[in-house]
Design a protein around this ligand. Structure first.
Ligand code: PLP
Length: 422
């Protein structure tokens, strides 16, 4: 592989062109492993950023892709429909909590957030009470496009770089009570105050249910989410749940909002939707929200990407959801959870470790100081694992098929990395 060309000409996520960090050449991926060009096997702890829940090179997903490519790779969605999109949306309506039944297919997670925010704005416009603020939580992450970034944690996403262009929204303190802690009512106080103080401006609340991902890997108490739902209902505010990271089984429930027994007015899904094969996301809402949006001046929802409902992505997503239904995904995820529950706590005794947490197939080790990405990455590759930390967080969210000894290898590699830091 022409690594020199890559270094000279190709931008990777969040990288500098002046001093790019090394990139590892991956030639293929299979099951729960990535393979370097020289054949070295790396156990994958990242699922390619939450996406590859079934692992790589899966025969069922491969077949869906190849069969569909032989029929039609793409066709516009305006005025045209097709079987892969219909089959996929049937499954989405079926799987998601009850009142969600209008599906908008889109290109990526960030766009599904843009679409959700636009739906909320059009909803209030149609009701003749325009509102333009969103209430969200600190330490959240909703994507890298502008509207998504505007509701992402202001410090993590460097709002000051785009000041003057980026709309300013309202941030409530993120929950302090962890998933397994005892619930303390004061945890909701700041959210409640921010909501009631700004009620006339707030179009919707947007948050990641139960697990805040890239903004801090925080796993919070279900009662917080229950209180949010109740407050939104009490004050007539829409609730948008961003399940782009948590959706499709990752937390041990099909959707993380099920931990709190609530459902949102608008749901964003992405990442694992196609089992990690290609980019696709969806925004799903209720008949009430959809019909209100469409009763307004515009007479429709004002969005329609070129590659909306792409047949290849739809076919693979449909196969991935069917695969989820046909396999004991919950048993697999809960098995990973029980292993993490015994493997992670011993790391808490290490000096460099601030704390550990886990839920479903997500394990997090929070350090006292940020990692040195280049050297820790090298250590992980030399240890035969693929883990990509950011800041003070080393975290894993493996494919659901990971075996206990493979998971142990990931945790052992983390332990050695942290011991080297101490
Ligand atoms: C990854 C992510 C997004 C953005 O999705 P992209 O596909 O990267 O645009 C939005 N919200 C959450 C919670 C995510 O984890």
């Amino acid at each position: 592989m022409d690594i020199a060309f890559d270094r000279e000409h190709i931008w990777h996520p969040y990288t500098s062109t002046i001093n790019p960090l090394p990139c590892y050449p991956i030639a293929r991926a299979d099951g729960v492993c990535l393979y370097l060009e020289d054949g070295t096997e790396l156990i994958d702890g990242m699922s390619s950023w939450w996406a590859a829940i079934h692992g790589y090179n899966h025969p069922v997903l491969n077949k869906a892709l190849i069969d569909q490519a032989g029929k039609m790779s793409h066709v516009m969605f305006g005025g045209i429909t097709h079987e892969p999109a219909i089959a996929l949306c049937k499954q989405l309506v079926d799987m998601t909590p009850a009142p969600l039944d209008k599906v908008f297919l889109c290109d990526s997670g960030s766009i599904s957030v843009e679409v959700a925010l636009k739906m909320a704005l059009q909803y209030w416009h149609a009701k003749g009470e325009p509102k333009s603020k969103f209430l969200t939580l600190r330490h959240g992450y909703h994507g890298d496009s502008f509207a998504a970034m505007s509701v992402t944690d202001p410090d993590n996403s460097m709002h000051k770089l785009y000041k003057g262009f980026l709309p300013e929204h309202i941030f409530a303190d993120s929950p302090e009570c962890g998933f397994y802690d005892e619930w303390k009512e004061e945890d909701i106080a700041d959210f409640k105050a921010k909501l009631t103080d700004n009620l006339s401006d707030i179009a919707a609340v947007i948050l990641e249910p139960i697990v805040q991902g890239a903004g801090g890997m925080r796993i919070y108490h279900p009662t917080f989410l229950k209180r949010v739902r109740a407050l939104c209902d009490e004050h007539g505010v829409l609730l948008i749940c961003d399940e782009i990271a948590t959706g499709f089984g990752r937390t041990g429930k099909l959707f993380a909002c099920e931990h709190a027994g609530i459902s949102p007015d608008i749901l964003c899904v992405g990442k694992a939707l196609t089992g990690g094969y290609m980019t696709m996301a969806a925004t799903i809402t209720t008949k009430h929200v959809a019909d209100t949006v469409c009763s307004g001046e515009a007479g429709c929802f004002m969005h329609g990407p070129t590659f909306m409902g792409n047949p290849l992505a739809s076919a693979v997503a449909n196969a991935s959801l069917q695969l989820l239904k046909d396999t004991p995904w919950q048993e697999k995820v809960l098995t990973i959870e029980s292993h993490l529950a015994s493997m992670l706590p011993p790391l808490e005794s290490l000096n460099a470790v601030k704390g550990v947490r886990w839920l479903g197939a997500i394990g997090v080790v929070e350090l006292n100081t940020p990692v040195h990405v280049e050297s820790i990455q090298k250590h992980f590759v030399e240890s035969g694992v693929w883990i990509r930390p950011f800041g003070r967080l080393i975290y894993i969210m493996p494919p659901f098929d990971m075996r206990k000894e493979q998971l142990q290898k990931l945790v052992d590699a983390i332990q050695r990395a942290v011991e080297n830091m101490s």
